[in-house]
Design a protein around this ligand. Structure first.
Ligand code: SAM
Length: 233
């Protein structure tokens, strides 16, 4: 049977959320594209017409190449073996960069290593798996502004998606940790996530002997910060 090249494979809820912030007509660079599902999906949807899928590791790079070829989009998606932002140059006219499924520190390191290239980028869509606070700190220090954020739960895990453009922001310690928009919105998922963290920290506290005051006070500070944000004690 002939393959239907235009078949739209369902994306994970997480990548679907990242995709939803890519503006129509963007020239996309997806850093750490792995399987290249995100650019394939966006082109199949008709949301964008061209993309670069960047990968630094040979295995995922090969998998991106074969998925792109199988989907019949090799003329629209260039798969490049490259480290972070080295995957594109000026002539590529990239307008939007997505970086998803990595730790917040790694995302910040990738951006730091090529930050002079961010000058001509209209939007970054970042989905850190952890250390979101470090990523927000890096963004603020580099004249980048979060314009919206979202939090979702999939398969028992929580994922934050940060949509970033050029600009200045001044975040508080709570904003760095909880997200300026997420914290204000206080959605059901947000409360569920931080209640879960609170339970874990309270359990951890029970295991720390009374004589280890310094360890206890670090945990207590974290607990109090979450309680303050959730408005519970
Ligand atoms: N972005 C996809 C997603 O969200 O489903 C794949 C996430 S996968 C867990 C992370 C990918 O990033 C891996 O394939 C890894 O090889 C790639 N990666 C890590 N550091 C990178 C870098 N500096 N430049 C390009 N790719 C990188």
């Amino acid at each position: 049977m002939e393959k239907n090249n235009l078949e739209i494979k369902p994306l994970s809820k997480r990548l679907e959320m990242v995709a939803s912030f890519v503006p129509r007509g963007a020239k996309l660079l997806d850093v750490g594209s792995d399987h290249a599902y995100l650019p394939i999906h966006l082109i199949n949807l008709g949301q964008i017409t061209e993309a670069i899928a960047g990968e630094v590791v040979k295995g995922p790079y090969t998998s991106a190449l074969s998925n792109v070829a199988e989907s019949g989009l090799a003329d629209r998606i260039q798969v490049r073996l490259a480290n972070g932002l080295a995957a594109f140059g000026k002539k590529d006219k990239v307008t939007v960069i997505t970086i998803a499924g990595m730790g917040g520190r790694l995302i910040a390191d990738i951006l730091e290593s090529g930050k002079e290239k961010l000058e001509n980028i209209d939007r970054l869509i970042l989905q850190p798996n952890n250390r979101e606070d470090d990523l927000r700190r890096w963004l603020q220090a580099n004249q980048l502004k979060i314009i919206t954020e979202t939090l979702l739960r999939e398969n028992g895990k929580y994922y934050e998606v940060l949509v970033v453009e050029k600009g200045h922001m001044t975040l508080s310690e709570k904003d760095f940790r909880f997200g300026p928009y997420l914290r204000k919105e206080g959605s059901e998922v947000f409360v569920e996530k931080w209640r879960g963290e609170l339970d874990k920290l309270n359990d951890a506290l029970k295991c720390i002997p009374e004589n280890r005051q310094q360890d206890r006070s670090v945990l207590l500070q974290k607990i109090e910060m979450i309680q303050g944000v959730l408005d519970v004690s």
